[in-house]
Design a binder for this molecule. Structure first.
Ligand code: SF4
Length: 459
């Protein structure tokens, strides 16, 4: 990080100190400062922020004020500086420059698996397929983060396995990289008083806790008693004024509840500040294809997420149905990539194929490998960005890339042939193709209506 970038971070922190006394009055002044730093590339986002600040009754205005009310002041400042300024403005500019200079994708975020071990055994989860004994060393994690910083990447997420099995190393990384933002997909059961204290100390770590609805659905997939432990963890984080989100996998079994107003209100009541939605992917030989959401359920989620974005103070992302905002698939380093606990560079957490490993190649060499370049050259995989995925929505696309690049399955227990995996998605891809083509190109409201109609028709 350059001296100028550090000075911008300092200026932002000072501005945030000033705002804390009266966010309602002072936030517009902060926006003016960010506009100066962000320049042209921030213009459209600045317009959106101005619209939010001009509407005190709107859900986004309430959301911003809730952040100031509910989150520890120093943690909030570190998050806004690291995530808002260093990752999303300064880092994004550097990534864009490097894409042009280096001719490959440069990620906005990197997902790292410190371990394949987990303290739970959830139904349909692939974590066990890598074997429970794989770990990235602290030095390997540190090396990837350092290399990524050079390319402009400042945002790192941990998954697994259960990443908090390595919580001491995670905190050490947060401490070693105070200008980076860290997050983790976690089952939440290992969050305790001591860890919350460490989060308060380092200030740059945010958990996204996996919850699959209420007690019956969460415990169905994650095991009896899990839901109560998760509720305890959320209570502790709320009490310490620490930010957290929810990571939610919608399946054929729980979609109607996950997309309901009751559940959105429940997440807000728990104190979550964001929810990342995923849909179930039948990855691995032990996968349960019956858990895949139907096209009607996916259309329902499309409508519900958009509807509540207009009314609820909760930031949500649906990793499949929001392809239109990212212009398709974000994998292969276009916005993110995955490093599994064996050190393989994978295009995405759901794509278990690789042709490079951090023990043999640098991050940049991984980004320039045949598999990652196939992603770079072929994205988007569909002109309809509601069908972004080369596996779930366009199964032939993944097969072609894996076969052309010579990538191998990274499933160490039971390697899965890409044609067999893709075959499991064919029926769902066809059904969703019809629904998604009907939704594509319509305004948000028409889309929402169509989503509801599809749901009713099926019922
Ligand atoms: S490969 Fe599929 S699941 Fe992964 S980022 Fe792309 S669209 Fe999403």
């Amino acid at each position: 990080m350059t001296v100028i970038e550090k000075a911008q971070g300092f200026a932002l922190t000072q501005a945030l100190n000033y705002i804390s006394g009266s966010p309602e009055k002072n936030l517009p002044k902060l926006l003016e400062l960010i506009e100066i730093i962000g320049g042209k590339s921030f213009e459209s986002r600045a317009r959106a922020f101005h619209a939010v600040l001009d509407d005190p009754d709107g859900n986004w205005y309430r959301y911003i004020m809730n952040l100031w009310r509910d989150i520890d002041g120093d943690v909030l400042k570190a998050t806004l500086r690291n995530f808002g300024l260093y990752a999303s403005i300064i880092g994004a500019k550097k990534q864009e420059e490097n894409v042009k200079k280096l001719g490959c994708n440069i990620p906005y975020a990197i997902l790292l698996d410190p371990t394949s071990a987990c303290n739970l055994k959830c139904k349909g989860c692939w974590a066990a397929e890598y074997g429970a004994g794989l770990n990235l060393t602290y030095d390997e994690l540190e090396s990837v983060i350092g290399q990524a910083n050079e390319l402009g990447t400042q945002f790192f997420l941990f998954s697994g396995g259960e990443p908090l099995i390595r919580k001491a190393d995670i905190i050490r990384l947060c401490e070693a990289h105070p200008n980076c933002q860290f997050a983790a997909f976690t089952n939440g059961t290992l969050i305790d008083e001591a860890f919350a204290g460490e989060m308060l100390r380092v200030k740059n770590f945010i958990p996204a806790i996996s919850v699959e609805g209420l007690e019956a659905d969460t415990d169905f997939r994650r095991g009896s008693g899990t839901f109560r432990k998760v509720e305890r963890a959320m209570g502790l984080l709320r009490e310490k004024r620490l930010p957290f989100g929810i990571s939610c996998c919608y399946t054929s079994r729980n979609t109607e509840y996950i997309g309901s107003e009751e559940y959105f209100d429940q997440m807000i009541a728990w104190g979550a500040k964001f929810c990342w939605f995923f849909t179930y992917m039948p990855v691995g030989r032990d996968a349960v294809p019956e858990l895949m959401a139907t096209a009607e359920q996916r259309a329902y989620m499309y409508g519900q997420v958009r509807k509540f974005r207009e009314t609820k103070p909760l930031f949500t992302l649906d990793f499949w149905n929001d392809g239109e905002y990212a212009e398709g698939c974000i994998a292969g380093g276009r916005r993110y990539l995955h490093v599994n606990a064996n050190g393989d560079f994978e295009p995405c957490a759901f794509i278990h194929y690789s042709d490079s490993n951090l023990r043999e190649k640098t991050l940049l060499e991984g980004l320039r490998s045949p598999l990652f370049m196939a992603y770079h050259d072929r994205q988007p995989f569909n002109d309809n960005h509601l069908r972004p995925c080369p596996l779930l929505d366009n199964p032939g696309a993944l097969t072609a890339m894996v076969e052309a690049s010579g990538a191998h399955s990274t499933d160490l227990q039971n390697p899965e042939d890409v044609r067999e995996l893709s075959a499991k998605c064919k029926h769902a891809a066809k059904r969703w193709g019809t629904a998604a083509d009907a939704l594509w190109g319509k305004s948000c409201c028409a889309g929402c209506r169509d989503g509801d109609l599809l749901m009713k028709k099926d019922a």
